[in-house]
Design a protein around this ligand. Structure first.
Ligand code: ATP
Ligand code: MG
Ligand code: FE
Length: 343
């Protein structure tokens, strides 16, 4: 039967109902961006309260759209980590409550696994990727290359040594005086700039393995901005710096994907996920690297790349299909690396 999935690990509150065959019966996302905008970043306490305020009505709405009641569900799944503990407790507490009241199965889902398995949603890619495939997760909280070898079987090939790539976009945008969230505003102004105007470092380029590092790049931008005459940064200068920053990140990611493929040569496809996958320059570069290696690049539609509950419900379907479920006292784990999962 259908699964209700709940996502509340960061700043999106989401609920979705997904059938065993991957049909999406209903999906709802509430982005808390406006709740946090005044603070220039996600405030954990505000996030937890906003999840609590939004979740009940959102689930009711999703059930109405799907024409289902709690009794019709096979299971309820909640993101149990990694993420902000307040939000995780709200979402999994809700999911467990419904599971208890309706006498249904509960599943504690790992947020990263949910991103990793999205590409297997039937109908999403022209050809459903076979294991192993390569996941490049590029978000505000994570930068990872993962070999997806099976449901529950993940090999971390590389990750960031400092900032996540989305975080680097957000911090750099802040330095340039651009509005939060920084990624989209930086990409927009970069279109007016010259990507060769400002020399910036490309940390980790050509280095063995596929770890990332972005803090040096951010520091380089901070030094450039500090050297500017006092007062607001001229728009043309901000555009040049933004374009140069985006070009540096693009070069790094292209090179890291190249190296990741060396660590997983039999990958059937490359999947990109996370909000940074929305960036056109980055997408174009990654597609070029994939094509050079003769591998398909699968970029799920943006709403399934960023945080959503369809991926949580689908990961639960994958787990149910191999006979798994969670105990009602399964804990939330703010830190929960993919390699700790088991098949
Ligand atoms: P996580 O999912 O890892 O917990 P998150 O919620 O911050 O973290 P997402 O919602 O997947 O991640 O993506 C948000 C991030 O993507 C932000 O850092 C944002 O700046 C970045 N981003 C969004 N659009 C773009 C873009 N066009 N170019 C670059 N970065 C972008
Ligand atoms: Mg988010
Ligand atoms: Fe995410």
């Amino acid at each position: 039967g259908p699964v209700l999935g709940i996502e509340s690990s960061c700043d999106e509150t989401a609920a979705a109902i997904v059938a065993p065959d991957g049909r999406i019966l209903a999906e709802r996302v509430y982005s808390q961006i406006a709740d946090h905008a005044a603070f220039g970043g996600v405030v954990p306490e505000i996030a937890a309260r906003a999840h609590l305020a939004a979740l009940g009505a959102m689930v009711k709405d999703a059930l109405r759209e799907a024409g289902l009641g709690f009794g019709d569900l096979a299971a309820i799944a909640g993101t149990a980590g990694p993420g902000l503990i307040g939000g995780l407790l709200v979402g999994t507490g809700y999911a467990k409550g419904v599971a208890i009241a309706a006498g249904k199965t509960y599943l504690a889902i790992n947020h990263l696994e949910a991103h990793a398995l999205t590409a297997r949603l039937p109908g999403l890619a022209p050809v459903r990727p076979a294991f192993p495939y390569l996941l490049l997760l590029l978000s505000g909280g994570h930068s990872q290359c993962v070999a997806v070898e099976g449901v529950g079987s993940y090999r971390l090939l590389g990750s960031t040594l400092d900032d996540a790539v989305g975080e680097a976009f957000d911090k750099t945008a802040k330095l340039l005086g651009l509005p939060y969230p920084g990624g989209p505003s930086l990409e927009a102004i970069a279109q007016e700039g010259d990507a060769r105007a400002v020399p910036l470092p490309r940390p980790m380029l050509h280095r063995e393995g596929c770890d990332f590092s972005f803090s040096g790049l951010k520091t380089a931008v901070a030094q450039l901005v500090a050297a500017e005459p006092p007062g607001a940064l001229a728009r043309a200068r901000a555009a040049d710096i933004a374009a140069s920053f985006q070009a540096a990140v693009t070069d790094i990611l292209g090179d890291r994907l190249d190296h990741a493929l060396k660590l997983c040569p039999d990958a059937s496809a490359i999947i990109i996920a996370g909000g940074v996958a929305a960036n056109t320059a980055i997408r174009t570069r990654l597609a070029a690297v994939a094509e050079k290696e003769g591998k398909p690049l699968i970029a799920p539609p943006l709403r399934l790349c960023t945080d959503n509950a369809v991926m949580v419900a689908w990961a639960a379907q994958e787990r149910l299909a191999v006979g798994q479920a969670s105990a009602l006292n399964a804990p939330c784990k703010p830190r929960w690396p993919l390699e700790q999962l088991s098949a």
